[in-house]
Design a protein around this ligand. Sequence first.
Ligand SMILES: Cc1cc2nc3c(=O)[nH]c(=O)nc-3n(C[C@H](O)[C@H](O)[C@H](O)COP(=O)(O)O)c2cc1C
Length: 310
Amino acid sequence: MTTYTHSVSSDKYSTLHTTVLGMELRNPVIVASGTMTDTILQIRKAINAGAGAVVTKTIYYGRRSSATEKIHHLPTGTMNSTTYSWKQLEQWFVDLAAMQQASLPIIVSIHAENPALLGELAARIADICMYPLELGISCPNDVTYSTLTPNVVYAYTKAVKARVNVPISVKLTATDSILDLAHASLEAGAEALSLSDTLPAIALHQDQPLLLTGGVAGYSGPGIKPIVLNSIYRLREAGLQCPILGIGGVENAHDVLEYIHLGASAVQMHTALMHSGVELVGEIVAELSNWCLQNQTQVVNQIGRALTNG
Ligand SMILES: Cc1cc2nc3c(=O)[nH]c(=O)nc-3n(C[C@H](O)[C@H](O)[C@H](O)COP(=O)(O)O)c2cc1C
């Protein structure tokens, strides 16, 4: 298998080194796909702030609706109705080549109108760079979300595996059908799962009988963390051994450790960075390193510790 190796020179956070999707990372704190990862400038800023890697905003291939995109902050998290990157494909290809040239640690998030187009997009990206892919197929703000059955997940994953030879993570949503969706992803050849995308949710304006964001939106932030942890626990309890990238409500090193102790190999975070700025990543990485030093351990030795402790 072709893998992309990001060089991790010796650094002061050596207790945090880990491997994700074939990439050697200096730490397991990754900036998740979203409005903060749509441009090279944002991506470089996140890496300079200390992120172990960055997942690009989802690059989309095919027809799409042009609904207005809104973001609202609630006390327990954030509601957003954004979908995929609006940047032209050709511009993304130029940017990906530049990021590869600069050896930036990137996971490329992709989606398309149908499995055949997703396979084609993956192949075009693999001609440009050797980055691992995350299939961003679970966006609850996409009109096709309700049709995301295990068969559809299987078809998208298989179509990409048939065209490229890079590690793939399928991004899923923490819902009741998580076990079936996870099995479908792995049977189709995915190396890992990214869990979770935002959860479909509704909120109303405070003083008016009106739906915020105009209807169902994607809910993220601290309010979803226990739900995502439960989904990861269910996968581990069912015996799934694959690497999991834990995503949802990470705001500090304690949150990172919760995911890692429950069996995630790394975490991704987005909403907290929208509130506090991308510099928060560096603070979390330093906090995590201190914890490892105090407990005389390496972060990789902490993966799944809560499961082995019963
Ligand atoms: C404004 C916004 C835009 C997002 N855009 C994407 C996207 O393009 N692709 C994707 O896979 N996830 C997207 N997400 C979901 C995040 O990557 C992440 O899965 C989710 O927000 C949960 O993590 P958090 O609580 O740390 O934000 C977006 C989230 C937010 C808040």
